[in-house]
Design a protein around this ligand. Structure first.
Ligand code: SF4
Ligand code: SF4
Length: 458
């Protein structure tokens, strides 16, 4: 499947001004005048269970599950009632779009996991003609390069209406997903995302933390070490998004300098920091100035305080940071504590796994296709496993590439193009794991190396 297949599948849904007119009718007028959401956590109201797909409506718009090339897709019309400056109206439209595609809104309506802005295929903005350039630039900062952005003139009431078609996670056929190759001119491999875990410790102990952070000791990468790693990576890859992660990256004592080093490296087009948000209110203006994008996961078991969220939103606005605040109620179980021997099941998990395209990471002098691979020996060391590998370090080496490989870019292409599961897949459920209520591990859980089993979310 190519991007064009998806485009043609939605062409009769999107692409003309008539769509927005129809969408306004769907919203039945009152929705257009209701209050816009302050953040994506509204209660959904299921309204349609027709064969065409289930849908939900909020005061700010509607979302419908659609068939997209044989997989679920999402068609969203976001029509918040915000007035004011164009950035203000676009911001409300973005909040509405994120709210209408969030898991906590879609799951109760039977639409399943949420969708991500990174998976938008086509987006259409209805806005006053004079605002089209601003609207296009606004969305271009938020979407992947392949997404189509179309602006049409609105009917003059000054409002902004956004229609978007989301592909299922992992379905988005970006150029590098079709085939990882080296650029003819630069020799670098284009990837969707690349991440560094600039600290590995955290101020939380989330059960099923993807990076095994609760089980690890303190570790901080110095800016000099980061610069050295990234000078190598810059010769081999170019990422759409550079993800600064942890652990909790705000525990890094020189995080602003880290941001500068990452930006200077040129490895990623956009620098995005991921945080649990608990320390954000303490960050100074230099930190905010250094950011492009900020994703805040506000966990049920340790939510960001409302007054801090307000401050975060104000700072993001003041420093033109693309902010995504995600309320997180559940985690997917990724780690599996018993070696999986069913080759067919492991192969299927690997083939469906979207993490191996979005969680590429360098750690301890090696490049990994996913964080499971990066932490395989640590997991063996710290977590109680059934039937562990005898030599997890050797197994990890088979799954990864040394950064001093003289043919690093070619080796990365080979790793990312493989069709055979990683050794790490034996202890991983990829994107297939059950959803579990988000919770914190106890110190005893961590000391005992327990992957605590939790109630599965319906
Ligand atoms: S906030 Fe939770 S999920 Fe994120 S690194 Fe810390 S323990 Fe892991
Ligand atoms: S170990 Fe395998 S299934 Fe798990 S995230 Fe990595 S590639 Fe995906």
């Amino acid at each position: 499947m190519t991007i064009n297949d998806i485009d043609s599948a939605v062409v009769d849904l999107v692409g003309s001004g008539a769509l927005v007119g129809a969408a306004r009718q769907v919203l039945a007028g009152e929705a257009l005048t209701a209050a816009a959401p302050s953040r994506p956590a509204e209660s959904p109201v299921p309204i349609d269970r027709s064969p065409q797909g289930r849908s939900v409506t909020l005061p700010s718009g509607t979302a419908r599950c659609i068939d997209l090339c044989g997989r679920r897709g999402l068609f969203v019309v976001a029509a918040p009632s915000a007035r004011g400056s164009i950035p203000e109206r676009l911001r409300h439209a973005e909040l509405a779009l994120r709210a209408l595609s969030a898991e906590d809104v879609l799951r109760p309506a039977g639409i399943g996991d949420g969708f991500r802005v990174e998976d938008i295929v086509v987006l259409q903005v209805a806005a006053p003609r004079a605002d089209h350039d601003a609207a296009r630039a606004w969305w271009r900062r938020r979407l992947i390069p392949e997404a189509t952005i179309d602006c049409i003139a609105s009917d003059g009431d000054g409002g902004v209406v956004v229609c978007a078609v989301f592909a299922d996670r992992g379905q988005q056929p970006t150029s590098q997903r079709q085939a990882y190759t080296r650029d003819d001119v630069t020799g670098r491999v284009r990837v969707e995302a690349f991440e560094l875990h600039v600290v590995e410790h955290c101020n939380l102990r989330c059960a099923h933390c993807c990076n095994t952070s609760p089980y690890l000791g303190p570790k901080t990468l110095s800016p000099a070490a980061i610069a050295s790693t990234l000078s190598t990576m810059a010769t081999a890859i170019r990422a759409d998004v550079f993800k600064i992660m942890g652990g909790e990256p705000l525990l890094h004592p020189e995080i602003t300098e880290v941001l500068r080093v990452v930006r200077e490296s040129g490895v990623g087009d956009v620098v995005r920091l991921f945080t649990n948000g608990l320390l954000l209110h303490k960050m100074d203006d230099a930190f905010w100035r250094a950011l492009d994008h900020l994703t805040v996961s506000s966990y049920d078991s340790a939510p960001v305080r409302p007054e801090h969220l307000t401050l975060i939103e104000e700072k993001a606005r003041a420093f033109d940071v693309v902010l995504n605040v995600k309320p997180v109620h559940a985690f997917s179980q990724v780690m599996h504590n018993a070696r999986r021997h069913d080759d067919i099941a492991v192969q299927e998990t690997f083939e469906r796994c979207w993490l191996r395209h979005r969680c590429l990471v360098a750690r301890n002098g090696r490049f990994h296709a996913c964080t499971r691979s990066a932490y395989l020996p640590d997991m063996h060391d710290k977590v109680h496993l059934t039937d562990p590998f005898d030599d997890p370090v050797a197994r990890q080496r088979e799954d990864s590439v040394a950064l001093d490989d003289p043919n690093l870019a070619d080796a990365i292409v080979e790793l990312l193009s493989r069709t055979v599961p990683l050794n790490a897949c034996r202890f991983c459920l990829g994107g297939d794991g059950p959803r579990e209520r988000h919770t914190q591990l106890s110190r005893e859980d961590v000391r005992g190396g327990r992957l605590r089993a939790l109630p599965v979310v319906a």
